[in-house]
Every structure is written in structure tokens, then in C-alpha cells.
Design a protein around this ligand. Structure first.
Ligand SMILES: Nc1ncnc2c1ncn2[C@@H]1O[C@H](COP(=O)(O)OP(=O)(O)OP(=O)(O)O)[C@@H](O)[C@H]1O
Length: 282
């Protein structure tokens, strides 16, 4: 089963639109959602959760239609964003209100996360650092046995140790195949470590949505000199020239074997950077 299925999601703002955004997450996996600033990640997440109205498209979460069973779905998902509610309230006060919405609220798990994350229930939200706010939001999301976690930049503001611990936690959470995670981030090295699937969005359009392995197999970095660029130039995604020659990205199927052109496996960042360069060249 798919934990999430988005079909032809559209949303228009003045000067920006999501263009038929479609992708799916198989149950039990972690999907990284990547793209440059302003590419449409948050808009996609908010439109799929009906936090903002969409201009078309269909969203199924855990087999249910978002437009028909929104309340049921919202009980079964955990959503974490950087946006913060009620800054003057204490952690304990917010939790008291939040947990009323969830029949399966688990106080033991909640207390365990507060303890693991070193959060003091008597602190007010405006007394927490950015990373601590994220940890509190995650504690709430994880304490009602959510089956799909939708996390908008959950590690932003976290120190490297906290981030690493969180990535381990994500991997533990999906281990038994019940929980799935959609996770938007700019820290793509985190995804190199823990994502199974990657969805890459650029200017409101999905460029790729596939397993991380398939994505990184589909493209190759190349390095050559200006003299040999003409051999592949027609087919490259984009390239950059520097004092030592030319570096760029090419689809694997467009590679030609030539002793003067070297190829290497890209990282997720390379794919994003060269697609962005391509747009700049258009
Ligand atoms: N309420 C709004 N009204 C008008 N335009 C908006 C609104 N919210 C977002 N946008 C525009 O939609 C585009 C996509 O923004 P979005 O926040 O979805 O990008 P993002 O990929 O999440 O970016 P970032 O990585 O910087 O968080 C941007 O051009 C932004 O200005």
C-alpha cells in the first residue's frame, strides 16, 4: 500500500504555481523532499493537508481520500513545521490541549521523548531555541502513534549530534514497515544517510520522484576539458566551466565513452545544483 498518493496537485499564487504535482510514498519508507528555496515544498505539503486550499488534484493518505476523510486522516498523521503557535504558553499547556484531539495519545512515549530531547515542560515556547521547538513539535507528532509523519525541515536549527540522533530515530520508526515519513530538507547529506526515496521539485514541477538509488544511478557527473565538451554538450543537463576544465551532469543513457571524459556518481546536491544551473542557462 502507499502511505501517500498525490495526483495532479495544483495551487496558484500570484507569480508561483504548483504544476500537476504527483508522487507517492510506499508504506514503511522515508522520502526526502528536496528543491531550492521557493521551489514549492511547503506549498505542496500545506495544499495536500488542506491547510491551504488547492486548485485541483487528489490526495490519498493511508488509503483515505483527504477531501472525504480529513479528520480521520489528521488523527493518523504527525505534521511538524517550523511555524510556531502560542509563543507565551508553556510546553505543558500546549500538550494538554493538543492531546485531547487524539484517542490514542501515549503519555509514556511523550514523556520519554521529553526526557530524551531534554525538554522542560515548564518552559514557554518563546524561551526555547529553534532546535528545541522542533524537538517539542516532534514529541507531539510522535506521541499519538502517527502512521505517516510529514516533516517540513525537521532538522533545521538542530546541532549535528541532535540531527544524527534524529536520523537514527527516523530509521528505527520505519523499521517495522508501519510508519512512513515525508521529510523536506536542505541538508541533503542527511538524505544520503537515511532516505529511501527522493522527490525533487523545481519551480512547482516535479523533476524526479524515485528511489534514491535509481536517482543516483540515472545521472553521472562528468569532468572534461573545453576541447572535448563538444562531444557531449548537446545532451548534458548543464555544466560549469572553471580554470581546470568543465564539470557537469549528464543522464547515464547519454554518456559516451571517451578517455578524455571522466564520469563519477553524483550526490543528491549535484543533481539539484546542475538542474538549477540548467534553468539559469535557459
Ligand atoms: N501565502 C502566499 N502567498 C503568495 N505566495 C506564496 C505564499 N506562500 C508561498 N508563496 C510563494 O510560493 C512559492 C513557493 O514557496 P514555498 O514556501 O512552497 O517554497 P519552499 O520550497 O518550501 O521553499 P524553502 O525551501 O525556502 O522553504 C514562493 O515563490 C513563495 O513566495
Amino acid at each position: 500500500m502507499n502511505a501517500l498518493e498525490i495526483k495532479s496537485l495544483n495551487k496558484s499564487y500570484e507569480g508561483f504555481s504548483l504544476k500537476d504535482v504527483s508522487f507517492e510514498i510506499p508504506q514503511g519508507y522515508i522520502m526526502g523532499f528536496v528543491g531550492e528555496n521557493g521551489a514549492g515544498k511547503t506549498t505542496t505539503i500545506k495544499a495536500m493537508l488542506n491547510i491551504i486550499s488547492k486548485n485541483g488534484g487528489n490526495v490519498k493518505i493511508l488509503g483515505k481520500d483527504m477531501d472525504l476523510e480529513e479528520l480521520d486522516i489528521k488523527r493518523e498523521i504527525g505534521y511538524v513545521s517550523g511555524e510556531y503557535f502560542y509563543p507565551k504558553k508553556k510546553i505543558s499547556e500546549i500538550t494538554k490541549v493538543y492531546k485531547r484531539f487524539f484517542d490514542n495519545w501515549d503519555e509514556t512515549i511523550y514523556n520519554k521523548f521529553l526526557n530524551d530531547f531534554n525538554l522542560n515542560e515548564n518552559k514557554r515556547i518563546d524561551e526555547l531555541s529553534k532546535g528545541m521547538k522542533m524537538k517539542f513539535a516532534l514529541s507531539l507528532a510522535l506521541s499519538h502513534h502517527a502512521k505517516l509523519l510529514i516533516l517540513d525541515e525537521p532538522t533545521s536549527g538542530m546541532d549535528p549530534v541532535a540531527r544524527d540522533n534524529l536520523l537514527e530515530l527516523f530509521q528505527e520508526l520505519v523499521e517495522d514497515g508501519e510508519i512512513s515519513i515525508l521529510y523536506s530538507t536542505h541538508i541533503t547529506s542527511d538524505l544520503d544517510k537515511c532516505a529511501d526515496y527522493i522527490t525533487f521539485i523545481q519551480e512547482g514541477r516535479i523533476i524526479e520522484s524515485c528511489s534514491k538509488e535509481d536517482l543516483l544511478k540515472k545521472y553521472q557527473l562528468f569532468n572534461t576539458s573545453r576541447d572535448y565538451l563538444y562531444k557531449i554538450k548537446e545532451n548534458v543537463i548543464s555544466y560549469k566551466e572553471n580554470a581546470f576544465g568543465v564539470n557537469g551532469l549528464i543522464r547515464k543513457e547519454d554518456i559516451i565513452n571517451n578517455p578524455n571524459i571522466e564520469y563519477a556518481r553524483p550526490k543528491i546536491d549535484d543533481v539539484i545544483i546542475y538542474f538549477s544551473e540548467k534553468r539559469g542557462n535557459e
